[in-house]
Design a protein around this ligand. Structure first.
Ligand code: ADE
Length: 248
């Protein structure tokens, strides 16, 4: 996958992509990240990227010309991309959207700043996304969040091909508790079933725990999760007695 990022703060992107899974994906040729400075596409003498808002009010608005020139130049050089604008007004980014974005060969993320971006840029973007109902100083951190969530879903990026499968939300449920050694810590023992070597029983226990965690913490997620008849029976059991799933 090729990810292009259009920003006025290109230096912000150096270290987040230089470590761990994102670094490994790049060195294995599965991911190429290209950072482009919006200022480089401004044609006036001072390479201005923002201006006062029409109608008055606080803050500066990002000018449309450098952004649209950048979108054209990048796609003329590298080929058409799925263009995503990061703003607090966008549709909410979630795991489902991460899966969809991971299927594109080329993504182009546009980071907004200041009081917003001139509305005429919207015609040139395919999606406008927000990472949550809070306002950050710009779209740079959201772009990093999205790249991280998307890249780990590209086939072969994660060492163990299964790991994304067990993630919270991969199948629409939250992940249940996980344990490692020691078997006992502060008097709390790892549930016996996880040490039993019985893979079918472990899978069933994990599913039940995922259902329980989701039922307790984010019950609204159950509406859209793919649930089997067994899952529905487990949920009816929770509803009937509201007791935690079997632990040991
Ligand atoms: N820019 C500022 N806040 C944002 C948010 N929550 N999501 C996406 N882009 C943003």
């Amino acid at each position: 996958m090729d990810v292009h990022i259009l920003t006025i703060f290109p230096e912000m992107f150096v270290s987040p992509f230089a470590d761990s899974i994102l670094q490994r994906a790049q060195s294995r040729g599965l991911l190429r990240i290209h950072i482009h400075n919006i200022r480089d596409f401004a044609t006036d003498r001072h390479r201005v990227t923002d201006d006062l808002p029409y109608g008055g009010g606080p803050g500066m608005v990002m000018k449309p010309e450098p952004i649209v020139a950048g979108l054209h130049a990048i796609q003329d050089t590298f080929g058409p991309a799925h263009v995503v604008l990061l703003t607090p007004q966008g549709e909410r980014f979630n795991q489902e959207r991460a899966k969809t974005l991971s299927q594109y060969e080329r993504l182009l993320l546009v980071c907004g700043r200041y009081a917003g971006i001139d509305a005429r840029v919207q015609r040139y973007v395919d999606a406008e996304l927000s990472i949550g109902d809070y306002v950050l100083t710009g779209g740079e951190l959201p772009a990093m969040v999205i790249v991280d969530a998307v890249v780990r879903l590209i086939p072969d990026v994660l060492g163990d091909a299964q790991s994304a499968e067990v993630d919270s939300l991969f199948h629409g449920l939250l992940q249940g508790p996980v344990y490692t050694r020691p078997v006992e810590f502060t008097g709390v023992r790892v549930p016996r079933i996880l040490r039993s070597g019985n893979h079918a029983a472990i899978a069933a226990w994990r599913r039940r725990q995922a259902l329980w965690t989701t039922y307790q913490r984010r019950p609204e997620l159950l509406q859209d999760a793919a649930l089997s008849p067994q899952d529905l029976a487990v949920l009816r059991e929770f509803e009937a007695c509201d007791v935690p799933a079997h632990e040991s």
